[in-house]
Every structure is written in C-alpha cells, then in structure tokens.
Unconditional design. Sequence first.
Lengths: 225, 126
Amino acid sequence: MVKAERKPLEEIKDSIKRYKRILTVGCGGCVSVCLVGGQKEVNLLNAELNVSFKADNSPKQIDGYTVERQCNAQYLEELDYMVDNYDCILSMACGAGVQHLAERFPGKPVFPGVNTVAIGIDKDIGMYEERCRACGECVLAYTAGICPVTRCAKGLFNGPCGGTNSGKCEVSDDIPCAWYEIYNRLEKQGRLEDIMNIRPPMQWQNTTLRTIIQEPYKERYAKEE
Amino acid sequence: MAEQNNTPVATEKIKKMLERKKDKTKLSLRMCAHCTLCAESCFLFMTRGKDPKYMPSYKFINSIGKLYKKKGEVDRATLEEIGDIVWNDCVLCTRCYCPLGIDIPDMIALARSICRTQGVYRQYDK
C-alpha cells in the first residue's frame, strides 16, 4: 500500500496560515493503515493546529472530516455540501487524493498534510519499508523478487556497479547492495542465467501521466472514447 | 474500533445524514429480495467458510438498514456493532454485485460515514 509521513507542523501551518476556516480531510484508505492520515490523525493534527494558532494569537476554525478514500470520486460527494463553509482544505491523503480533491473543488485551495513516500510493506505497527516506486516496468521476474529501482541507489537494470563493496552500497555502509542480494538469491535458486542478458534501460514511464485500464475493460472504455 | 468513548450519540446528526440519502436507502432496503446472489461476489464470504455474516446483503441490512429502521435513534453499543460489521466484515472493495442493482458499497460507505461522525471508526494501531 501507499505509505506516507506527516509533514512538519510548521510547514502545514505555513500553507494554511492566511485562511480562517480550515477543513482537514482524512482518508480511510492507505494513509489510515499507515497511521498518518486517518480519522485519528486528523483529530490529532487539528488539536495541534488549534493549540499552535492560539499560541500565535491567530485562532482559527479548524474542523475535520474523514472520507473512505480520497482517490474515489464516489466518496468525495459527501464533501460537496460542506466545503463552501471553509476557506481551504487540508488533505491528509496521498498525492493522488490531494489532487483528486483539488480537481473536484477547483475554487478551493487544497494543501497536502502528508508527504507521500512510497509503496511499501508493513514491517510492524507504525513501521514500513519501501518496496516499489511504481515505475511501470516491473523487472522482479529476473531479479529474484528484489527491486533494483527501489533498492539500488542508481536504479540499475544491469548491476552491480563498481561501487559495490562487500555486499554494501557505496552510498552508505548501512545500505545493502541490491545487486549483490539479487546475485546471491538467483544463485541460490539456480537461475543466474536470468541476469546474464543485458536488459534494455528503464523507459521511465512514470515521468508521464499514466492511465491504467485493466484488460477486460479495454473494450468498454475504447467505445466511450 | 476507536477507544471506548462515552460521548452521547448525536442522533440529530445521524438523522440529517440519513435524510440526505433517504430515497436511495429506502429503495435499496425494499429492493433486496434476499436472493443471496451477492454472496459469492464477496471475497470475504468465499474465503471465510461462506459464513453468512459476510454476505453483502447481510452487511448492508444490519448496518445502514438498522440505522434507517431505527431512524437514527441508536445507542453507542449499536453503533459499535455496526462499526464492527462495516469495518471488520467488509473492506469496501466495491466488488459486490447485486442483480437488482442495489449499490451495496454506497450503503456500507454511508454507514461508515455515520459511524465516523460519532467517533466509531477502525483504528489500525489497535
């Protein structure tokens, strides 16, 4: 799932300081699961903001509301009747959710309350680790389930580079070399030939806007175009 | 669910929220023929021993249906029960299928929204 981190309070305050009535909108999806943008976190942030703005002698009306998923238009409907009462919206969703809100309410300034960090795994409650950068060109089939885009500092498709050092990355001794791990795992599985062929470089599809249509739906949406 | 809270239930707020989707809720509850055809479209139903409590129709009748029939006059225990159904027995994947066209996910989402306004919601660190 998408993983995010809350922005520093000062940064949030700075983006909303000129507005009087603020609606903080939480998201019940991924950001709730990673404990950063759900209802509980909305309540906490609003309490912090209230205290902080009061201390600055600039009290504001800050309310909270959490929708199921900000990435789904169906769940934004319930905000339609309430946004007119506010000067700006503070979204606690991932980047997709923030943009979706901004698109639905083009007349309202929408600010992000979190930094979207990664697609990751849950290591423990409140502890997550990045695993995917949604590059759109998954190579895990030949890299033994280890993503070189995410875990290699250079994102190499044909590694390791000359900076690999006893299983560590030249960037830091704390970072394992992804290609060292790929090699070892492939060797263990007896399929080292998977990395013997030179792979074409990454096309960086994630630098342009992508729309995903699943195979069974292609015909349906083609007709609509 | 959220920590136990003893705040009185704001039934007026629930009534207002129910009112906003009254026609759709009423029609959905009337239309449900209890045909059980929605059951197999729910992956939780299919993977959890076909326990009837995971049937989409059961979930929407016992959540928003309960709130609607009681006209929003519910106590906190009832809200907790509803919260348990709409969060723990449903992931709102929106894949449930009703041959009569009942928008079950929308009904469950409404029940969730109502629960949220009363401080009943899923906490992922519990």
